[in-house]
Write a protein that binds this ligand. Sequence first.
Ligand SMILES: *Cc1c(COP(=O)(O)O)cnc(C)c1O
Length: 424
Amino acid sequence: MRREKSQSLLARAERVIPGGVNSPVRAFRAVGGTPPFIVRGEGARMWDADGNCYLDYIGSWGPLLLGHAHPEVLSAVEEALRGGTSFGLPTEREIELAEMIVEAVPSIEMVRLVNSGTEATMSALRLARAWTGRELVVKFEGCYHGHVDSLLVKAGSGVATLGIPDTAGVPAAFADTTIALPYNSTAAVEQTFARYGDRIAAVIVEPVAGNMGCVPPAPGFLEALRELTQRHGALLIFDEVMTGFRLAYGGAQQIFGIRPDLTTLGKVIGGGLPIGAYGGRAEIMRRIAPAGPVYQAGTLSGNPVAVAAGLAMLRYLKQHPELYAQLEERTARLAAAAPPGIAVNRAGSMITFFFTPGPVTDYESARRSDTARFARFHAWLLERGICFPPSQFEAAFVSAAHSEEDIARTADAIREFFAAEAAG
Ligand SMILES: *Cc1c(COP(=O)(O)O)cnc(C)c1O
């Protein structure tokens, strides 16, 4: 496989962009080699500068549930573009998207649009602190909630991939407002509430973790979070930036039947354009300016182009509810390609092959993975035109554009890797 053009683009990029990339995990440092520089995507495929074609399981790290350049998303974007890209005044489309989100996500009564998942979690925490008049936030090790200062503690995703211990530039005073506990440990949460219960503003959690690789919640874990936060007057925040509209139309909270106080969204709701949202109980959301005293704003928030893409995406998903079962079934077929001794975690269209016997239930058990072996797996697939996320600690995403044949070809390549490995 030729890589010359990507190699020279990386060298050029490194002169003007830190590490050559605008988001760290794109740099392929954890798996070695050069990231392919992409020129075009369509459906489940993308093409790089050297003309190589890849079946894509990164899916822009979550947004592309329908694959690249979906015709309905594209035509909605084109139509919106012609009408102007931003006004700094409200538009009807924003109401439509808000109404669709409120209708879809069980716990959301009101919603505010922002420009990224990071903005959504940052704003939700500010709101939770204002609502409760408390400062502490409980998060879970290996969960990623964007690059919010106070949440970059044991933050999963790129931080885990690059082995960065404590992020430089985050004041201790910010980090000190965060308590990081092991995912799936109800006992740790109980002990923490017993000790700091009246100081905790919120518990923020990925209801299905995707940023230490895919780690589903243990039975009873989310229920315990709901019960403990309620009992101690803290808010429960579901960070559904990855899982929202991906695991089900109503997100993970629909599947598990739990109503958090606040929910953050992003990724899928923008159909591949920059967007984020946070929403929840109306009485809490009414504290946001200009309705209330919690300030949060954005020049391009709710811009017509991103909103049009999101609307097209959600309308398509609403009209095709059968899609979720199909995605899950195709993902299960990928999982079946792994031999014993590999812990495969999956939920809906999210999947991770952990190179450890497992079980992988939290950050500590995820970190037992053999990352050098994962890097060989990744390179093997890439060489065969199959692009998995370049990190052991990220979920791979199956999209509705992956055909039966695409899945079969990927499962075969996975089997061949393990067979070749066993043959030495
Ligand atoms: C991706 C992600 C974020 C951050 O979203 P950005 O749009 O990258 O800022 C936050 N939380 C979760 C769970 C995510 O997966």
